[in-house]
Design a protein around this ligand. Structure first.
Ligand code: F6R
Length: 357
């Protein structure tokens, strides 16, 4: 039930700190360490390459998951859109492991790939919010999101839950391989839950950002570099699906290869800047588009901020920033849709689970 909330989407955005804490609790053992079913960790270690298969928001979570698994556990990862994989299968490695990311566990495009790779004899893990769902039943292993039912069509808490569970999977796998990490994931996730709470308490801020940048515009572009680019893709999907603003996410460096031609007087550009290694680069992009008349909305992180930034998120470990930086984008999308009188929880032409290919 949505209780006092006007929309499920807002309620689900607000639940994210609780979901983070629930995930920490569910994946912790009596010794206070993160733990995952040994069979899953063995499957990770037996693989010479991991293939993440997903659609929509879950695909965007997969792009972040690839960074975790490669940087923490040092196993190569490819991320594929389910619907493309079926007829465009890449040349597989010798010992592939498939990870399906699906909130509903019912997405037909993803299931079609699972059926195909099972026939080929490969192992699979489903990361899902729904115990007993089709993809959970049909895969060899399941990791649950523990996010509670997600009712709004636009996925919010499932995305951050997917990223948290992927981080835990990467951490436990890394430890099993004797790899030392430079941070304590349980501690970081706890800090992230607190930081999420702070952002959820600043809703008026995001309402006014949405009003300033998105009330009348026809389009909006999200830019970022590295992991911020993947969050930009998710921000653009959120905005387009509920506000019907034509929104696209781009890698900052790609702007000059085409997209910059679309910049007009007042075009909103939402830039995400949470990565020290690419901060100069993304700041350069903001200058380029501003010089051409764009209206820049800059979401940066404490420690990397510059004068004129629109919103500064609290500082978190550089790998885990998507868990925080996506919240402003979710809230801005929500308010943009509200200001434009859109049906936030049930956008036109969309269904919560897409059970046809
Ligand atoms: C976006 C959204 C969709 C789903 C996609 C996959 O807000 O909800 O893009 O992420 O249809 O759904 P699942 O994760 O259930 O496989």
């Amino acid at each position: 039930e949505k209780g006092t909330y006007p929309h499920y989407m807002l309620k689900e955005i607000d639940e994210q700190p609780l979901v983070m804490r629930k995930i920490i609790q569910k994946y912790q053992n009596d010794q206070g360490e993160l733990t995952i079913d040994q069979e899953i960790i063995d499957a990770m270690n037996d693989a010479d390459r991991i293939y993440i298969i997903a659609a929509g928001t879950s695909y965007h979570a997969g792009l972040v998951g690839k960074q975790f698994i490669e940087k923490m556990a040092k196993i190569p990862v490819e991320v594929h859109i389910s619907s493309e994989f079926g007829y465009n299968m890449p040349l597989l490695s010798e010992k592939p492991l498939f990870i399906f990311i699906t909130q509903s566990g019912e997405t037909a495009d993803s299931r079609a790939v699972l059926v195909q790779v099972k026939e080929m004899g490969y192992k699979s893990i489903t990361i899902t919010n729904v115990q007993g769902s089709t993809l959970s039943r049909e895969a060899d292993h399941t990791l649950l999101l523990h996010a509670g039912p997600e009712i709004a069509v636009a996925s919010t808490k499932a995305y951050t839950a997917q990223i948290a569970v992927l981080a835990i999977l990467a951490e436990v796998t890394a430890k099993s391989r004797g790899i030392e990490l430079d941070f304590d994931l349980i501690h970081e996730l706890g800090m992230i839950a607190n930081a999420m709470e702070v952002l959820c308490d600043e809703k008026e801020e995001f309402e006014s950002i949405a009003r300033e940048f998105l009330t009348v515009t026809r389009n909006a572009f999200f830019i970022g570099r590295g992991i911020d680019y993947y969050v930009g893709l998710e921000g653009a999907l959120k905005l387009k699906e509920i506000s019907y603003i034509q929104a696209e996410g781009f890698a900052g460096g790609e702007l000059k290869h085409g997209t910059i031609a679309l910049i007009e007087e007042g075009t909103p550009i939402i830039a995400i800047a949470t990565q020290e290694s690419v901060n100069l680069g993304i700041r350069g992009n903001v200058k380029e588009v501003t010089a051409r008349g764009a209206n820049p909305c800059i979401i940066s992180m404490k420690g990397l901020e510059s004068e004129g930034d629109t919103f500064i998120i609290p500082e978190v470990h550089e790998l885990l920033t998507p868990l925080i930086s996506v919240l402003p984008l979710q809230l801005i999308s929500y308010y943009a849709a509200l200001h434009r009188d859109c049906d936030v929880d049930k956008p036109r032409n969309l269904a919560k689970s897409v059970t046809v290919e």
